[in-house]
Design a protein around this ligand. Structure first.
Ligand code: AHR
Length: 502
């Protein structure tokens, strides 16, 4: 059976809460979309948020997610919700053909290396054009900074069973190190455990941890993958993802260590029911491939996982990163609860004083803006430069969601429909569409005062928040900002705003 993995397709349509819009689209009354202080909403990203690994270390949160490319990135933020706008820092790029591509499932663990504590950054990678050569690899940091720099350390494999190996993770138990990973054997993608002599070397044959046995582990394909260790008091668990990642029924299962030899399959007892799964009521589908982290003060346990907003969004770049706190049952097992909706106010982790830099998300209309002086042309973003052109494809490049102003809720900001969290921004008089970076300067340059059209009161014009008196304006198919000096300028600064109804 070929390994059906359709990955990292197009971006997802990010939708933000906005208030009702007056029928004529002239007056925009943004609803208050801010989340209560000290809380935030999922997701932490709007695209490419699959297989997340998140940890809190030395005053900062660090997040890495599957890229599907030849590069690995890390985000760093002092607050959890700040990860939404934290810069994606490149920490590694690969050109070696045998491991160049399809980078998945990043995990970074602080372990004892020959020169002291080092971050070992585990990931899956393979060769260009196929997923059949996916193997487990690991980088080693130069010091104890999770941001690196990193150097390539090794491909991790079991010499007695070298082959497809994905979703590598680390278990430290009874003062020994084990490698957890997933691999195909026949029609089953099976979880394995193997001993390690150091953070980059398997020192003995792999042993099966588990494979799909229950129907809830067999939806789409017989898959068990994404293993991750969880230890609490004197108990050890391995939480894993079950069923095909492209289905809404991708979910979490759990193995409990019963005290025997960790390299004996019988030492791991499977929970007969899933421990975390879809919630149609909350609009969360295919939750899985998780990690765990602690609150800044170490008192709370949190789970990080990916999920889709739609049941058919598949195993693609539409998967986004979500987090939520979990508790412990009286018997010492974890209680992950139900994946929360994207409009749930999530209280910050204990010791985290951040505020959500982006308001909550909910279905919201998008709009097209035709040039008043040439209604066959529409505002769009073409590789980032703001333009005015005849309607083209993808149509979402010609559509913008009016969000409450990033600098002032009474203003507006144009969020690209095709690039969630990217906004129309005034850069020294030229209009670009750029990714929100959380800075005040960006907020000001991406905010506009919506006004009745300078050439037609039934239409609209937009005065630059950061350049009083200057208006959004098109000239020679480019979007700029200008102080209107003539009737022709006023016509070029007036737009016909229509809601996208498809
Ligand atoms: O998301 C990419 C891969 O798809 C993950 O590594 C694996 O868990 C899933 O099969």
């Amino acid at each position: 059976m070929s390994r059906l993995q359709t990955l990292l397709a197009t971006v997802q349509s990010g939708l933000w809460l906005i208030g009702g819009l007056a029928i004529l689209g002239i007056v925009y009354q943004p609803a208050v979309a801010q989340t209560p202080d000290g809380s935030f909403h999922n997701p932490l990203n709007t695209v490419e948020g699959a297989d997340p690994w998140l940890t809190y270390y030395d005053g900062y949160y660090y997040l890495a997610t599957t890229t599907g490319t030849s590069q690995l990135y890390m985000q760093k933020s002092a607050t959890l919700s700040g990860l939404k706008v934290a810069k994606q820092e490149l920490i590694y790029a690969e050109t070696e053909p045998s491991r160049c591509c399809n980078m998945w499932a990043p995990e970074f663990h602080l372990l004892d290396g020959p020169d002291g504590k080092r971050w070992y950054f585990y990931y899956t990678a393979g060769t260009n054009g196929t997923l059949d050569n996916q193997h487990s690899h690991v980088l080693e940091s130069a010091g104890t900074d999770p941001m690196g720099p990193y150097t390539y350390k090794a491909r991790i494999f079991d010499p007695s069973n070298d082959g497809y190996s994905i979703d590598g993770s680390i278990l430290q138990l009874n003062d020994k190190l084990y490698f957890l990973f997933s691999s195909w054997t026949g029609d089953y993608q099976i979880l394995y455990i193997a001993p390690m002599s150091n953070p980059w070397t398997i020192s003995g044959p792999r042993v099966r941890l588990t494979r799909s046995e229950y129907d809830w582990e067999r939806v789409g394909l017989n898959v068990t993958e994404g293993p991750v260790a969880l230890q609490h008091d004197d108990k050890t668990f391995i939480v894993y993802s079950a069923s095909f990642c492209a289905t809404a029924d991708y979910k979490l299962g759990m193995l409990t260590y019963n005290g025997g030899d960790p390299l004996d399959t019988q030492s791991w007892v499977k929970s007969p029911k899933p421990v975390f799964e879809r919630s149609d009521e909350n609009g969360v589908y295919g939750p899985g491939h998780n990690g765990f982290f602690k609150s800044p003060d170490g008192t709370e346990d949190w789970i990080v996982y990916h999920a889709n907003e739609g049941p058919n969004d598949g195993c693609t770049g539409k998967r986004t990163t979500r987090v939520q706190k979990f508790t412990w049952n009286a018997d010492g097992t974890p209680n992950f609860g139900t994946p929360v909706s994207l409009t749930t106010d999530i209280a910050n982790p204990s010791g985290d004083t951040g505020n959500d830099p982006l308001p909550q998300r909910a279905p919201a209309p998008a709009y097209r803006f035709a040039a008043f002086d040439d209604p066959t042309k529409f505002i769009n973003q073409f590789t980032g430069r703001g333009k005015v052109s005849p309607m083209g494809k993808p149509e979402e490049d010609f559509e913008f969601i009016l969000r409450e102003g990033l600098a002032d809720p009474k203003a507006v900001s144009f969020e690209s429909k095709s690039k969630p969290n990217w906004f129309m921004i005034n850069r020294s008089g030229n209009i670009w569409v750029a990714q929100f970076d959380g800075t005040d300067a960006f907020r000001e340059d991406a905010s506009w005062w919506q006004k009745p059209g300078l050439a037609s009161a039934d239409d609209v014009s937009f005065e630059a928040y950061s350049q009083a008196g200057a208006y959004l304006f098109h000239q020679k198919n480019l979007l700029n900002v200008k102080v209107p000096e003539s009737d022709a300028d006023k016509a070029a600064a007036t737009f016909i705003m229509t809601e996208v109804t498809n």
